[in-house]
Ligand binder design. Structure first.
Ligand code: KG4
Ligand code: ZN
Length: 336
């Protein structure tokens, strides 16, 4: 193909999703393949790192082949190979990075290592409303590994306003889900179980509510545990605990986002990451914030490679290229 479109193949293996996608000009998804290992890890109640990397190795070639064939492209049509460099599980990241390096070398394509959190941030550009986005924007990334409040003043320009001091929001959902007897992952299960539950049944704590932009969820988790221990087996009002816990998390997330949105006079709030598909969170953000709130469709909230390609596009057009000797960075941070 000889047009001026930029087509990037991205690979994402930072945790328990083996994903590959082809995205055009950073906004149009040509293919987005996700092989989830969730069911495999459910028996352990969380992600088992060695099992995750072994599974990535098993399926990654098939996932990439499918991403290419669904995009109706050959490798010669690609402008770049992008891959998640971190943060994430070291063994999982290594699988994606090594495959990406091999492809870049064999097909003589430039390589870009991308920050996973930046990928979540750019998942918002994959919606059809991307043309309406103007800076400054406040992005709340809430996932299994992260809770980050990020002020974005331009493309690739970030100011970190706050993050979690202990558990990530999704991690808290998953741990509490387990405490109250729900299957893994707890986030979507609590979302469902809270339907019809009384969110005021339990007065769970809202930690560091009035201070700065950091979050803390471990006290909340302990408070839930204390309640659970008060009940005989089978007697726990699961829906009420789920709804009350969820209300506490949502309250803190909304309150801090609201305060930051006003302080920095942003044009919009973006929600990203697995927890951003939570219905109560979306509803509360929409109701309480005085600027537009945007979030990706559920398939782009959880880990995927399309978002990695969208972020890579921004770096690619600036001329950034990485050497084949880049390494995985399990605790990579955004530049702040
Ligand atoms: O973004 P993601 O796939 O993984 C990380 O990068 O960490 O997010 C997964 C997390 C899990 O903790 C899962 O429980 C949570 O997102 N999650 C939800 C919902 N759907 C997924 N949490 C609350 N409500 C949901 N509906
Ligand atoms: Zn993620």
């Amino acid at each position: 193909m000889s047009d001026s479109m930029t087509r990037i193949l991205a690979i994402e293996t930072s945790c328990d999703e083996t994903a590959a996608a082809v995205v055009e000009d950073g906004v149009t998804i040509l293919s987005n393949i996700i092989a989830s290992q969730t069911d495999l890890h459910a028996q352990y109640g969380g992600v088992y790192p060695e099992v995750a990397s072994r599974k990535h190795i098993e399926v990654i070639y098939a996932v990439i082949e499918r991403a290419m064939s669904e995009a109706y492209l050959g490798f010669e049509d690609l402008d770049c190979i992008a891959v998640t460099q971190g943060p994430g599980l070291v063994g999982s990241l290594l699988v994606g990075l090594n495959v990406a390096k091999g492809l870049a070398l064999a097909r003589n394509k430039p390589l870009l290592g991308i920050n996973h959190i930046e990928g979540h941030v750019y998942s918002l550009w994959l919606s059809e409303n991307h043309a309406q986005i103007s800076f400054p924007i406040l992005t709340l990334v809430v996932s299994g590994g992260h809770t980050e409040l990020i002020l974005m003043t331009d493309h690739l320009q970030y100011q970190h306003l706050g993050g979690t001091l202990d558990d990530a929001a999704g991690e808290a959902f998953d741990k509490v889900g387990r405490l109250i007897g729900l299957p893994y992952p707890g986030g979507p299960e609590i979302d469902k179980a809270s339907e019809g539950g009384n969110s005021r049944a339990f007065a769970f704590p809202r930690a560091v509510m009035d201070e700065g932009y950091d979050f803390s969820f471990s006290g909340l988790k302990t408070a839930v545990l204390r309640e659970v221990q008060r009940y005989d087996e089978g007697r726990l009002p699961v829906s009420d605990v789920a709804a009350s816990f969820q209300a506490a998390v949502v309250d803190v997330l909304v309150e801090k986002t609201l305060r930051a949105a006003r302080e920095y006079e942003v044009t919009a709030v973006h929600l990203a990451g697995g927890v951003s598909s939570n219905r109560t969170l979306r509803w509360a953000m929409n109701t309480r914030l005085d600027v537009p709130v945007r979030y990706p469709p559920p398939v782009l909230c959880t880990d995927n490679a399309a978002m990695i390609a969208a972020a890579a596009h921004q770096h690619f057009v600036l001329g950034t290229r990485h050497d084949l000797d880049i390494d995985v960075t399990p605790s990579l941070q955004l530049a702040w």
